[in-house]
Design a protein around this ligand. Structure first.
Ligand code: UGA
Length: 432
Protein backbone atom coordinates (compact mmCIF):
# COMPACT_ATOMS: atom_id res chain seq x y z
CA UNK A 1 0.00 0.00 0.00
CA UNK A 2 1.28 3.44 -0.79
CA UNK A 3 0.77 6.62 1.18
CA UNK A 4 -0.12 8.56 -1.97
CA UNK A 5 -3.66 9.92 -2.24
CA UNK A 6 -4.79 10.26 -5.84
CA UNK A 7 -7.77 12.34 -6.95
CA UNK A 8 -9.61 11.73 -10.19
CA UNK A 9 -12.19 14.13 -11.61
CA UNK A 10 -14.67 12.48 -13.98
CA UNK A 11 -16.05 8.93 -13.72
CA UNK A 12 -16.29 8.22 -17.45
CA UNK A 13 -14.43 5.24 -18.80
CA UNK A 14 -11.04 7.00 -18.61
CA UNK A 15 -11.52 8.41 -15.09
CA UNK A 16 -13.11 5.30 -13.70
CA UNK A 17 -10.46 3.03 -15.19
CA UNK A 18 -7.68 5.32 -13.96
CA UNK A 19 -9.22 5.58 -10.48
CA UNK A 20 -9.73 1.83 -10.21
CA UNK A 21 -6.28 1.25 -11.72
CA UNK A 22 -4.49 3.52 -9.23
CA UNK A 23 -6.43 1.82 -6.42
CA UNK A 24 -5.22 -1.55 -7.78
CA UNK A 25 -1.64 -0.21 -7.76
CA UNK A 26 -1.98 0.43 -4.01
CA UNK A 27 -2.94 4.10 -3.77
CA UNK A 28 -5.85 5.67 -1.92
CA UNK A 29 -8.19 7.21 -4.52
CA UNK A 30 -10.94 9.83 -4.38
CA UNK A 31 -12.99 9.81 -7.58
CA UNK A 32 -15.48 12.62 -8.06
CA UNK A 33 -18.20 13.14 -10.62
CA UNK A 34 -20.97 15.73 -10.78
CA UNK A 35 -23.54 13.11 -11.84
CA UNK A 36 -25.14 11.91 -8.56
CA UNK A 37 -27.00 9.09 -10.28
CA UNK A 38 -23.78 7.76 -11.81
CA UNK A 39 -22.05 7.93 -8.41
CA UNK A 40 -24.91 5.97 -6.78
CA UNK A 41 -24.82 3.32 -9.49
CA UNK A 42 -21.04 2.94 -9.14
CA UNK A 43 -21.20 2.73 -5.38
CA UNK A 44 -23.75 -0.06 -5.67
CA UNK A 45 -21.17 -2.02 -7.67
CA UNK A 46 -22.64 -1.54 -11.13
CA UNK A 47 -21.10 0.11 -14.18
CA UNK A 48 -23.01 2.53 -16.43
CA UNK A 49 -21.25 0.95 -19.44
CA UNK A 50 -19.72 -2.35 -20.53
CA UNK A 51 -16.05 -2.68 -19.58
CA UNK A 52 -14.60 -6.09 -18.81
CA UNK A 53 -12.72 -6.36 -15.46
CA UNK A 54 -13.64 -2.84 -14.36
CA UNK A 55 -16.73 -3.76 -12.38
CA UNK A 56 -14.76 -6.24 -10.26
CA UNK A 57 -12.02 -3.69 -9.57
CA UNK A 58 -14.49 -0.91 -8.69
CA UNK A 59 -16.48 -3.20 -6.38
CA UNK A 60 -13.29 -4.31 -4.64
CA UNK A 61 -12.06 -0.76 -4.28
CA UNK A 62 -15.33 0.58 -2.89
CA UNK A 63 -15.55 -2.33 -0.41
CA UNK A 64 -11.95 -1.72 0.76
CA UNK A 65 -12.77 1.97 1.33
CA UNK A 66 -9.60 2.91 -0.55
CA UNK A 67 -11.58 3.89 -3.65
CA UNK A 68 -13.99 6.60 -2.59
CA UNK A 69 -16.53 7.62 -5.26
CA UNK A 70 -18.40 10.83 -4.51
CA UNK A 71 -20.00 13.99 -5.86
CA UNK A 72 -18.27 15.99 -3.12
CA UNK A 73 -15.22 17.70 -4.60
CA UNK A 74 -13.94 18.94 -1.27
CA UNK A 75 -12.39 15.48 -0.71
CA UNK A 76 -9.88 16.38 -3.43
CA UNK A 77 -8.25 18.79 -1.01
CA UNK A 78 -6.59 15.78 0.65
CA UNK A 79 -5.07 14.51 -2.60
CA UNK A 80 -1.43 15.09 -3.55
CA UNK A 81 -2.11 14.46 -7.25
CA UNK A 82 -5.39 15.02 -9.13
CA UNK A 83 -6.06 13.62 -12.61
CA UNK A 84 -8.47 15.59 -14.80
CA UNK A 85 -10.50 13.05 -16.81
CA UNK A 86 -13.49 15.05 -17.99
CA UNK A 87 -14.78 15.04 -21.58
CA UNK A 88 -13.31 17.28 -24.27
CA UNK A 89 -16.03 16.92 -26.92
CA UNK A 90 -15.77 18.24 -30.43
CA UNK A 91 -16.94 21.84 -30.72
CA UNK A 92 -18.76 23.23 -33.75
CA UNK A 93 -15.52 24.18 -35.53
CA UNK A 94 -14.02 20.69 -35.02
CA UNK A 95 -11.76 21.90 -32.20
CA UNK A 96 -11.95 20.38 -28.71
CA UNK A 97 -14.37 22.05 -26.31
CA UNK A 98 -12.47 22.70 -23.09
CA UNK A 99 -15.27 24.18 -21.00
CA UNK A 100 -15.45 21.15 -18.63
CA UNK A 101 -11.67 21.14 -18.16
CA UNK A 102 -11.64 24.88 -17.46
CA UNK A 103 -14.45 24.59 -14.90
CA UNK A 104 -12.59 21.81 -13.07
CA UNK A 105 -9.36 23.83 -13.03
CA UNK A 106 -11.17 26.79 -11.46
CA UNK A 107 -12.43 24.55 -8.67
CA UNK A 108 -9.07 22.86 -8.15
CA UNK A 109 -7.36 26.25 -7.81
CA UNK A 110 -9.57 26.97 -4.81
CA UNK A 111 -9.35 23.47 -3.32
CA UNK A 112 -5.85 22.03 -3.60
CA UNK A 113 -2.99 22.60 -1.21
CA UNK A 114 0.24 24.22 -2.43
CA UNK A 115 2.67 21.53 -3.55
CA UNK A 116 -0.01 19.38 -5.15
CA UNK A 117 -0.01 18.28 -8.79
CA UNK A 118 -2.79 18.47 -11.36
CA UNK A 119 -2.51 16.03 -14.28
CA UNK A 120 -4.25 16.47 -17.62
CA UNK A 121 -5.32 12.97 -18.67
CA UNK A 122 -8.24 14.09 -20.83
CA UNK A 123 -7.16 14.56 -24.43
CA UNK A 124 -6.46 18.28 -24.62
CA UNK A 125 -5.14 20.49 -27.44
CA UNK A 126 -1.44 21.20 -27.49
CA UNK A 127 -0.61 24.04 -25.13
CA UNK A 128 -3.44 23.34 -22.68
CA UNK A 129 -1.23 21.92 -19.91
CA UNK A 130 1.05 24.97 -20.00
CA UNK A 131 -1.97 27.29 -20.05
CA UNK A 132 -3.54 25.52 -17.06
CA UNK A 133 -0.15 25.65 -15.37
CA UNK A 134 -0.10 29.44 -15.67
CA UNK A 135 -3.46 29.55 -13.88
CA UNK A 136 -2.49 27.15 -11.11
CA UNK A 137 1.14 28.12 -10.49
CA UNK A 138 0.17 31.18 -8.37
CA UNK A 139 -1.57 28.67 -6.05
CA UNK A 140 1.61 26.59 -5.77
CA UNK A 141 0.16 23.82 -7.95
CA UNK A 142 2.18 22.17 -10.74
CA UNK A 143 0.55 20.80 -13.89
CA UNK A 144 1.72 17.68 -15.75
CA UNK A 145 0.41 15.99 -18.91
CA UNK A 146 -0.15 12.23 -18.84
CA UNK A 147 -2.34 11.28 -21.81
CA UNK A 148 -4.34 8.07 -21.75
CA UNK A 149 -4.07 5.34 -24.40
CA UNK A 150 -6.93 3.11 -23.21
CA UNK A 151 -9.12 1.26 -25.66
CA UNK A 152 -12.77 0.87 -24.69
CA UNK A 153 -13.51 -2.78 -23.88
CA UNK A 154 -9.79 -3.29 -23.01
CA UNK A 155 -9.42 -0.32 -20.67
CA UNK A 156 -8.29 -2.16 -17.50
CA UNK A 157 -5.89 -4.33 -19.46
CA UNK A 158 -4.45 -1.27 -21.20
CA UNK A 159 -4.09 0.66 -17.92
CA UNK A 160 -2.14 -2.15 -16.28
CA UNK A 161 -0.24 -3.30 -19.40
CA UNK A 162 0.30 -0.17 -21.50
CA UNK A 163 2.61 -0.02 -24.51
CA UNK A 164 4.04 3.16 -22.98
CA UNK A 165 3.48 5.69 -20.20
CA UNK A 166 3.86 9.23 -21.52
CA UNK A 167 4.58 11.97 -18.98
CA UNK A 168 5.00 15.55 -20.14
CA UNK A 169 6.31 17.87 -17.44
CA UNK A 170 8.23 21.12 -17.32
CA UNK A 171 8.98 20.43 -13.67
CA UNK A 172 11.12 17.28 -13.43
CA UNK A 173 10.18 16.52 -9.79
CA UNK A 174 6.46 16.77 -10.48
CA UNK A 175 6.91 14.56 -13.54
CA UNK A 176 8.73 11.99 -11.42
CA UNK A 177 5.95 12.01 -8.82
CA UNK A 178 3.46 11.15 -11.57
CA UNK A 179 5.76 8.41 -12.91
CA UNK A 180 6.04 6.99 -9.37
CA UNK A 181 2.27 6.44 -9.25
CA UNK A 182 2.68 3.77 -11.94
CA UNK A 183 5.19 1.72 -9.88
CA UNK A 184 4.30 -1.91 -10.52
CA UNK A 185 3.36 -1.35 -14.18
CA UNK A 186 5.88 -2.83 -16.61
CA UNK A 187 6.09 -0.35 -19.48
CA UNK A 188 8.54 2.10 -20.98
CA UNK A 189 8.19 5.54 -19.41
CA UNK A 190 8.58 8.29 -21.98
CA UNK A 191 9.38 11.66 -20.38
CA UNK A 192 8.97 14.79 -22.48
CA UNK A 193 7.67 18.35 -22.34
CA UNK A 194 3.90 18.86 -21.95
CA UNK A 195 3.28 20.05 -25.53
CA UNK A 196 4.97 16.95 -26.96
CA UNK A 197 2.96 14.67 -24.65
CA UNK A 198 -0.30 16.32 -25.73
CA UNK A 199 0.63 16.10 -29.39
CA UNK A 200 1.79 12.48 -29.03
CA UNK A 201 -1.73 11.53 -27.99
CA UNK A 202 -3.38 13.23 -30.99
CA UNK A 203 -0.68 11.94 -33.30
CA UNK A 204 -1.32 8.36 -32.16
CA UNK A 205 -5.09 8.42 -32.59
CA UNK A 206 -4.91 10.28 -35.89
CA UNK A 207 -2.32 7.79 -37.16
CA UNK A 208 -4.67 4.91 -36.30
CA UNK A 209 -7.40 6.75 -38.19
CA UNK A 210 -5.11 7.14 -41.22
CA UNK A 211 -4.23 3.45 -41.09
CA UNK A 212 -7.91 2.44 -40.97
CA UNK A 213 -8.90 4.71 -43.85
CA UNK A 214 -6.01 3.24 -45.82
CA UNK A 215 -7.21 -0.30 -45.00
CA UNK A 216 -10.81 0.54 -45.92
CA UNK A 217 -9.73 1.90 -49.30
CA UNK A 218 -7.53 -1.15 -49.87
CA UNK A 219 -10.60 -3.30 -49.17
CA UNK A 220 -12.48 -1.36 -51.83
CA UNK A 221 -9.60 -2.02 -54.24
CA UNK A 222 -9.72 -5.70 -53.29
CA UNK A 223 -13.43 -5.76 -54.19
CA UNK A 224 -12.47 -4.27 -57.53
CA UNK A 225 -9.56 -6.61 -58.31
CA UNK A 226 -10.99 -9.75 -56.61
CA UNK A 227 -8.04 -9.71 -54.19
CA UNK A 228 -8.22 -10.61 -50.49
CA UNK A 229 -7.63 -7.85 -47.91
CA UNK A 230 -6.72 -10.47 -45.28
CA UNK A 231 -3.78 -11.60 -47.39
CA UNK A 232 -2.79 -8.00 -48.07
CA UNK A 233 -2.92 -7.37 -44.31
CA UNK A 234 -0.81 -10.44 -43.59
CA UNK A 235 1.79 -9.41 -46.14
CA UNK A 236 1.89 -5.80 -44.96
CA UNK A 237 1.80 -6.74 -41.27
CA UNK A 238 4.79 -9.08 -41.60
CA UNK A 239 6.84 -5.93 -42.11
CA UNK A 240 7.42 -4.80 -38.54
CA UNK A 241 7.68 -1.19 -39.69
CA UNK A 242 4.00 -1.38 -40.66
CA UNK A 243 2.56 -3.72 -38.04
CA UNK A 244 -0.31 -6.16 -38.47
CA UNK A 245 -2.99 -4.54 -36.33
CA UNK A 246 -5.58 -1.97 -37.38
CA UNK A 247 -5.77 -3.27 -40.91
CA UNK A 248 -9.19 -4.95 -40.66
CA UNK A 249 -11.69 -3.17 -42.89
CA UNK A 250 -15.09 -2.19 -41.58
CA UNK A 251 -18.01 0.17 -42.17
CA UNK A 252 -15.75 3.09 -41.18
CA UNK A 253 -14.00 3.95 -37.94
CA UNK A 254 -15.81 5.63 -35.09
CA UNK A 255 -16.21 5.89 -31.35
CA UNK A 256 -15.79 8.77 -28.97
CA UNK A 257 -12.08 9.31 -29.68
CA UNK A 258 -10.69 8.68 -33.17
CA UNK A 259 -13.11 10.97 -35.08
CA UNK A 260 -13.01 13.72 -32.43
CA UNK A 261 -9.22 13.66 -32.11
CA UNK A 262 -8.61 13.57 -35.86
CA UNK A 263 -10.91 16.57 -36.34
CA UNK A 264 -9.27 18.39 -33.43
CA UNK A 265 -5.73 17.79 -34.72
CA UNK A 266 -6.75 19.01 -38.17
CA UNK A 267 -8.43 22.08 -36.68
CA UNK A 268 -5.42 22.98 -34.55
CA UNK A 269 -2.99 22.39 -37.43
CA UNK A 270 -4.99 24.68 -39.70
CA UNK A 271 -5.36 27.25 -36.97
CA UNK A 272 -1.57 27.21 -36.69
CA UNK A 273 -1.23 27.68 -40.45
CA UNK A 274 -0.06 24.09 -41.05
CA UNK A 275 -1.85 22.28 -43.85
CA UNK A 276 -2.45 18.57 -43.10
CA UNK A 277 -4.22 17.11 -46.18
CA UNK A 278 -3.56 13.54 -45.01
CA UNK A 279 -5.95 14.02 -42.11
CA UNK A 280 -8.59 15.60 -44.30
CA UNK A 281 -8.30 12.65 -46.71
CA UNK A 282 -8.64 10.14 -43.84
CA UNK A 283 -11.82 11.87 -42.66
CA UNK A 284 -13.27 12.10 -46.17
CA UNK A 285 -12.46 8.46 -46.84
CA UNK A 286 -14.22 7.55 -43.62
CA UNK A 287 -17.29 9.59 -44.50
CA UNK A 288 -17.51 7.72 -47.83
CA UNK A 289 -17.66 4.27 -46.21
CA UNK A 290 -21.39 4.42 -45.41
CA UNK A 291 -22.17 4.98 -49.11
CA UNK A 292 -20.14 1.88 -50.00
CA UNK A 293 -22.19 -0.15 -47.53
CA UNK A 294 -25.49 1.26 -48.81
CA UNK A 295 -24.52 0.41 -52.41
CA UNK A 296 -23.70 -3.16 -51.38
CA UNK A 297 -26.95 -3.48 -49.42
CA UNK A 298 -28.94 -2.22 -52.38
CA UNK A 299 -27.32 -4.73 -54.69
CA UNK A 300 -27.69 -7.62 -52.24
CA UNK A 301 -31.38 -6.75 -51.77
CA UNK A 302 -31.82 -7.27 -55.50
CA UNK A 303 -32.37 -3.60 -56.35
CA UNK A 304 -30.88 -2.21 -59.53
CA UNK A 305 -28.19 0.47 -59.26
CA UNK A 306 -29.93 3.80 -58.69
CA UNK A 307 -33.16 2.00 -57.64
CA UNK A 308 -34.98 3.10 -54.51
CA UNK A 309 -34.78 1.51 -51.07
CA UNK A 310 -38.18 3.02 -50.21
CA UNK A 311 -40.07 0.56 -48.01
CA UNK A 312 -37.34 -2.13 -48.26
CA UNK A 313 -36.91 -4.00 -44.96
CA UNK A 314 -33.30 -4.16 -43.85
CA UNK A 315 -32.04 -5.88 -40.70
CA UNK A 316 -28.96 -4.46 -38.99
CA UNK A 317 -26.70 -6.66 -36.86
CA UNK A 318 -24.74 -4.35 -34.58
CA UNK A 319 -25.02 -0.70 -33.60
CA UNK A 320 -22.05 -0.18 -31.25
CA UNK A 321 -18.91 1.36 -32.75
CA UNK A 322 -17.05 -1.87 -32.09
CA UNK A 323 -17.73 -5.20 -30.37
CA UNK A 324 -17.85 -5.70 -26.60
CA UNK A 325 -19.06 -2.20 -25.84
CA UNK A 326 -22.51 -0.62 -25.61
CA UNK A 327 -21.11 2.67 -26.92
CA UNK A 328 -22.84 4.06 -30.02
CA UNK A 329 -21.15 7.47 -29.92
CA UNK A 330 -20.00 8.34 -33.44
CA UNK A 331 -20.66 4.74 -34.42
CA UNK A 332 -20.25 4.00 -38.14
CA UNK A 333 -23.27 1.69 -37.76
CA UNK A 334 -25.43 4.74 -37.03
CA UNK A 335 -24.02 6.56 -40.05
CA UNK A 336 -24.93 3.59 -42.25
CA UNK A 337 -28.38 3.42 -40.61
CA UNK A 338 -28.95 7.13 -41.25
CA UNK A 339 -27.93 6.74 -44.92
CA UNK A 340 -30.27 3.74 -45.40
CA UNK A 341 -33.10 5.48 -43.58
CA UNK A 342 -32.65 8.61 -45.71
CA UNK A 343 -33.38 6.40 -48.74
CA UNK A 344 -36.61 5.17 -47.15
CA UNK A 345 -35.45 1.73 -45.94
CA UNK A 346 -37.35 0.26 -42.99
CA UNK A 347 -34.71 -0.63 -40.40
CA UNK A 348 -34.70 -3.09 -37.51
CA UNK A 349 -31.52 -3.54 -35.49
CA UNK A 350 -30.12 -5.84 -32.84
CA UNK A 351 -26.95 -5.31 -30.82
CA UNK A 352 -26.05 -7.40 -27.74
CA UNK A 353 -24.86 -4.22 -25.98
CA UNK A 354 -27.71 -1.87 -26.92
CA UNK A 355 -31.12 -2.38 -25.34
CA UNK A 356 -34.42 -1.34 -26.96
CA UNK A 357 -34.81 1.00 -23.95
CA UNK A 358 -31.64 2.96 -24.87
CA UNK A 359 -32.14 6.46 -26.25
CA UNK A 360 -33.97 6.24 -29.57
CA UNK A 361 -31.97 6.06 -32.80
CA UNK A 362 -33.85 7.95 -35.54
CA UNK A 363 -35.31 5.66 -38.20
CA UNK A 364 -34.25 2.46 -36.39
CA UNK A 365 -36.38 0.05 -34.41
CA UNK A 366 -34.06 -1.59 -31.90
CA UNK A 367 -35.08 -5.10 -30.82
CA UNK A 368 -33.65 -7.51 -28.26
CA UNK A 369 -33.52 -10.62 -30.45
CA UNK A 370 -31.38 -11.12 -33.57
CA UNK A 371 -34.05 -13.34 -35.14
CA UNK A 372 -36.55 -10.48 -35.02
CA UNK A 373 -34.12 -8.49 -37.15
CA UNK A 374 -34.13 -11.26 -39.72
CA UNK A 375 -37.92 -11.36 -40.05
CA UNK A 376 -38.98 -10.43 -43.60
CA UNK A 377 -35.66 -8.66 -44.26
CA UNK A 378 -34.71 -8.19 -47.90
CA UNK A 379 -31.08 -8.02 -46.77
CA UNK A 380 -29.14 -8.13 -43.49
CA UNK A 381 -26.18 -5.83 -42.86
CA UNK A 382 -23.62 -6.83 -40.22
CA UNK A 383 -22.02 -3.67 -38.83
CA UNK A 384 -20.40 -4.60 -35.50
CA UNK A 385 -18.09 -7.59 -35.05
CA UNK A 386 -19.80 -9.24 -32.05
CA UNK A 387 -18.61 -12.86 -32.00
CA UNK A 388 -22.19 -13.99 -31.12
CA UNK A 389 -23.23 -13.20 -34.68
CA UNK A 390 -20.94 -15.90 -36.02
CA UNK A 391 -22.89 -18.61 -34.21
CA UNK A 392 -26.45 -17.53 -34.97
CA UNK A 393 -28.70 -20.30 -36.30
CA UNK A 394 -28.26 -19.22 -39.90
CA UNK A 395 -30.72 -21.85 -41.19
CA UNK A 396 -33.38 -20.29 -38.96
CA UNK A 397 -32.35 -16.77 -40.02
CA UNK A 398 -32.75 -17.93 -43.64
CA UNK A 399 -36.28 -19.20 -43.05
CA UNK A 400 -37.32 -15.92 -41.40
CA UNK A 401 -35.79 -13.55 -43.96
CA UNK A 402 -37.46 -12.56 -47.19
CA UNK A 403 -34.16 -13.06 -49.06
CA UNK A 404 -31.07 -14.92 -47.94
CA UNK A 405 -28.59 -12.09 -48.42
CA UNK A 406 -26.17 -10.48 -46.00
CA UNK A 407 -23.56 -7.73 -46.27
CA UNK A 408 -20.78 -8.50 -43.78
CA UNK A 409 -18.86 -5.23 -43.42
CA UNK A 410 -16.51 -6.78 -40.81
CA UNK A 411 -15.69 -10.08 -42.53
CA UNK A 412 -16.83 -11.83 -39.36
CA UNK A 413 -18.96 -14.64 -40.76
CA UNK A 414 -17.68 -18.00 -41.93
CA UNK A 415 -18.28 -18.18 -45.71
CA UNK A 416 -18.67 -21.99 -45.58
CA UNK A 417 -21.42 -21.79 -42.93
CA UNK A 418 -23.21 -19.07 -44.85
CA UNK A 419 -22.94 -21.01 -48.10
CA UNK A 420 -24.35 -24.16 -46.43
CA UNK A 421 -27.32 -22.10 -45.21
CA UNK A 422 -27.91 -20.85 -48.73
CA UNK A 423 -26.92 -17.23 -48.06
CA UNK A 424 -25.48 -14.80 -50.55
CA UNK A 425 -22.59 -13.35 -48.51
CA UNK A 426 -21.22 -9.98 -49.57
CA UNK A 427 -18.02 -9.41 -47.66
CA UNK A 428 -15.62 -6.50 -47.49
CA UNK A 429 -12.57 -6.85 -49.70
CA UNK A 430 -12.36 -10.66 -49.76
CA UNK A 431 -12.56 -10.85 -53.50
CA UNK A 432 -15.96 -12.62 -53.57
C1 UGA B 1 -8.99 4.52 -29.40
C2 UGA B 1 -7.52 4.16 -29.42
O1 UGA B 1 -7.36 2.85 -30.02
C3 UGA B 1 -6.95 4.15 -28.01
O2 UGA B 1 -5.55 3.88 -28.07
C4 UGA B 1 -7.18 5.53 -27.39
O3 UGA B 1 -6.68 5.60 -26.07
C5 UGA B 1 -8.68 5.79 -27.36
O4 UGA B 1 -9.17 5.78 -28.71
C6 UGA B 1 -8.88 7.13 -26.73
O5 UGA B 1 -8.39 8.13 -27.27
O6 UGA B 1 -9.46 7.20 -25.65
P1 UGA B 1 -11.26 3.23 -28.90
O7 UGA B 1 -11.99 4.51 -29.15
O8 UGA B 1 -11.68 2.40 -27.75
O9 UGA B 1 -9.70 3.49 -28.71
O10 UGA B 1 -11.47 2.40 -30.24
P2 UGA B 1 -10.53 1.50 -31.17
O11 UGA B 1 -10.40 0.14 -30.61
O12 UGA B 1 -9.31 2.22 -31.53
O13 UGA B 1 -11.47 1.42 -32.48
C7 UGA B 1 -11.77 2.61 -33.19
C8 UGA B 1 -12.58 2.29 -34.42
O14 UGA B 1 -11.78 1.62 -35.39
C9 UGA B 1 -13.78 1.38 -34.18
O15 UGA B 1 -14.88 1.85 -34.92
C10 UGA B 1 -13.29 0.02 -34.68
O16 UGA B 1 -14.32 -0.84 -35.08
C11 UGA B 1 -12.44 0.44 -35.86
N1 UGA B 1 -11.43 -0.56 -36.25
C12 UGA B 1 -10.40 -0.87 -35.43
C13 UGA B 1 -11.52 -1.15 -37.51
O17 UGA B 1 -12.45 -0.86 -38.30
N2 UGA B 1 -10.57 -2.05 -37.88
C14 UGA B 1 -9.53 -2.38 -37.08
O18 UGA B 1 -8.66 -3.20 -37.51
C15 UGA B 1 -9.45 -1.78 -35.81
Amino acid sequence: MSDRHVGVVGAGYVGLTSGAGFYHLGHRVTLVDIDAHRVDVLRSGELPFLEPELERLVTQGVASERLHITTDRTGLALCDTVFVCVPTPMGEDGAADLSSVDAVVTELAALLAPGSIVVTKSTVPVGTTIRIGERLEPHGITVVSNPEFLRESHAVHDFLNPDRIVVGASDADAGQRVVDLYAGVEAPVLRMDPASAELAKYASNAFLALKLSYANTLAELCDHFAADIRDIGRAMGADHRIGASFLNPGPGWGGSCLPKDTHALLASAERGGVSFPLLRAALETNAAQAHRVVAKARQAAGIEAGGSLEGVRIGLLGLAFKADTCDVRDSPALTVAAALSAEGAVLTAYDPGVSPDSPAIPGVQVVDDPYLVAKDAAVLVLLTEWSDFRTLDWDLVGTLAQRKAIVDTRNLLDPAVMRDSGFQLVSNGLGD
